[in-house]
Structures are given as structure tokens and as C-alpha cells.
Design a protein around this ligand. Structure first.
Ligand code: ADP
Ligand code: MG
Length: 286
């Protein structure tokens, strides 16, 4: 007799949603990968999806700080691999959204000997828990940590600022992603300053996008609220009154889940702001 607690075999695949496994990467450090992972993850969770964030940035672990979860991490992926705990014990639930969880790979550099296979197994196990989105916050650089972080991913989000050094590194990373079989990459341009673009002191988002030739997911303005929210451990998108950067992250999150019509359908009082955002960043109207 079949175990009533288990689904019949032919229904198992239907019960587990197709997870989207997205690595957030950049090449150059400090361009906003972790900020983007936290805010996009929170936004997607608020839209009702089950989201797991993986902090693959060993030693420089800070996704937990951005989410205000630093005191809740008892176990990391290293503990799972060493048999010290189960996966669900290392998946820390967010304070605000129970459908958002965080897994840190390791708390310190000394205890890091994760292989690509380990990463793939971990991500597969998370998928089988029914997560719709798994966002992997990539470590800086393009060495072993980077290769491990990208190996389970099927899609990538490449973060850059509108500076030539960051763009060059983003281009290099795009090539490495392709070489590793990840062809589905999108671009997030962060720390954009419309005032500087108008003065011709900064490349426009469109220039950056055209240089890289990667489809644009979104553009985030330079905004002091990003730093304030980092320090408080509260992602921007949680604020009751969204700031411009918060709106921009929400917008990017909606595009990520496939709501392309966001600008057009907008009938909220924010309409004016959204249109301005698009005009400023992209140089054209919706
Ligand atoms: P990475 O993970 O790529 O190293 P972080 O997300 O940690 O980058 O961001 C690096 C620093 O830049 C942080 O101090 C963060 O608060 C700041 N920052 C990121 N995005 C913005 C922004 N749009 N406006 C202002 N500061 C930002
Ligand atoms: Mg980071």
C-alpha cells in the first residue's frame, strides 16, 4: 500500500514548482550585489512567492545584516555538509515574511571547502522544498567562490554601476557565465545619478546597456536611503513610503517575475514618479 503521507510518484513533479535559480553577480566588488539580492528577494517574497536567498560571500557575509537576521544564524551550509544539522535548520526564516529564507554558506573563511557538487546538491534540496526563487549572492572576484556560486544557477543578474571599470568587469563576467552554460543573463545598473547623466558626467543606463549588450532588468538610483537601510537591517522595499530606490527595486522585482507591463498599467499616485524614473534612466518615455 502507498504511504498516505507521500504523494504518488507521478504527482511529485507537479507538486514541486519549477524553481528559478538566479545568481547575482558582478565581477567588481561593492557595486550592490548584496543590496540587490536582499531587496529583490524581499520584493518577490512580498508578491507571494517562496524565496530562498543564499549568501555565498564567505567571510564577507553580510546578507544577514541587510535583512536584520544576524542574530538568528545558528547553522550554515557548512554545518549541513558536516552532518551537524538539517537543511531546514540552516534556512533562516525572515522576520517579516515567512516565505523568505536565508542560507549562509559559511560563517568564516577557515571553514570553507564547498565544492561545485555540494552547491548543486544544496540548491537541489532547496528546490525540492518548493521554493519558487533561489537567489545566490555571489562573492566578489572570479575565483573558486564565484565558480561554486554560479554552478547551480540557470540565470544570472549582472550588477554594475555606470563606471567604466565596473562595466569592463561585468563584461568579463558575462563571458564567464556563457562559458559555464548560463546564457540567460539580465542587467541591473546601480548607483545611477540622473543629475550627472544630464551634465554628461555619467554614462546613461542606455549607454551601459548598449555597451554590454545584455537585456536590462532595471536601474537603481544612487540613494542615501540604501545606506541607511543597510545600517538598520531593513530592506528599502519594506518602507511604508517607498523611496525612489525602493520603487526601482520593486519595479525590477516585478520584471524579474515576468510582469513586463508594470509601467503601462500603473494607475497609482506614484505614476508621475515612475514615468520620471524611466525618462531619467532610459532617456525615453514609456
Ligand atoms: P556588493 O555586494 O556588490 O559588494 P553591496 O550591496 O554590499 O555591494 O554595496 C556596497 C555599498 O554600496 C554598501 O555600503 C551599500 O549600502 C552601498 N550602495 C549600494 N547600492 C547603493 C545605491 N543605489 N545608493 C547608495 N549606496 C548604495
Ligand atoms: Mg556583497
Amino acid at each position: 500500500m502507498e504511504n498516505p503521507k507521500l504523494l504518488p510518484k507521478n504527482e511529485i513533479s507537479n507538486s514541486v514548482p519549477n524553481s528559478r535559480i538566479i545568481v547575482i553577480t558582478s565581477g567588481k566588488g561593492g557595486v550592490g550585489k548584496t543590496t540587490a539580492t536582499a531587496n529583490l528577494g524581499m520584493s518577490i517574497a512580498r508578491l507571494g512567492y517562496k524565496v530562498a536567498l543564499i549568501d555565498a560571500d564567505i567571510g564577507l557575509r553580510n546578507l544577514d545584516l541587510l535583512l536584520g537576521l544576524e542574530n538568528r544564524i545558528l547553522y550554515t551550509a557548512m554545518d549541513i555538509l558536516e552532518g551537524q544539522c538539517r537543511l531546514d535548520q540552516a534556512l533562516i526564516r525572515d522576520k517579516h515574511w515567512k516565505n523568505l529564507s536565508l542560507l549562509s554558506i559559511s560563517k568564516n573563511r577557515q571553514r570553507y571547502n564547498v565544492t561545485r557538487k555540494n552547491m548543486e546538491n544544496l540548491v537541489n534540496s532547496i528546490c525540492s522544498l518548493g521554493y519558487h526563487f533561489i537567489l545566490i549572492d555571489c562573492p566578489a572576484g572570479i575565483d573558486v567562490g564565484f565558480i561554486n556560486a554560479i554552478s547551480p544557477a540557470e540565470e544570472a543578474l549582472i550588477v554594475t554601476t555606470p563606471e567604466i571599470t565596473a562595466i569592463r568587469d561585468a563584461d568579463r563576467v558575462a563571458g564567464l557565465l556563457e562559458a559555464n552554460g548560463i546564457y540567460n543573463a539580465k542587467l541591473l545598473v546601480n548607483r545611477v545619478r540622473p543629475d550627472m547623466i544630464q551634465q554628461n558626467d555619467m554614462m546613461s543606463v542606455r549607454d551601459v546597456q548598449e555597451m554590454l549588450g545584455i537585456p536590462l532588468l532595471g536601474a537603481i538610483p544612487e540613494d542615501n536611503h540604501v545606506i541607511i537601510s543597510t545600517n538598520r537591517g531593513e530592506p528599502l522595499v519594506l518602507k511604508k513610503k517607498l523611496t525612489l530606490s525602493g520603487i526601482a527595486f520593486e519595479n525590477a522585482a516585478r520584471r524579474l517575475i515576468g510582469k513586463q507591463d508594470y509601467f503601462i498599467d500603473l494607475t497609482t499616485p506614484y505614476k508621475g514618479v515612475f514615468q520620471k524614473v524611466q525618462e531619467f534612466f532610459l532617456g525615453y518615455e514609456a
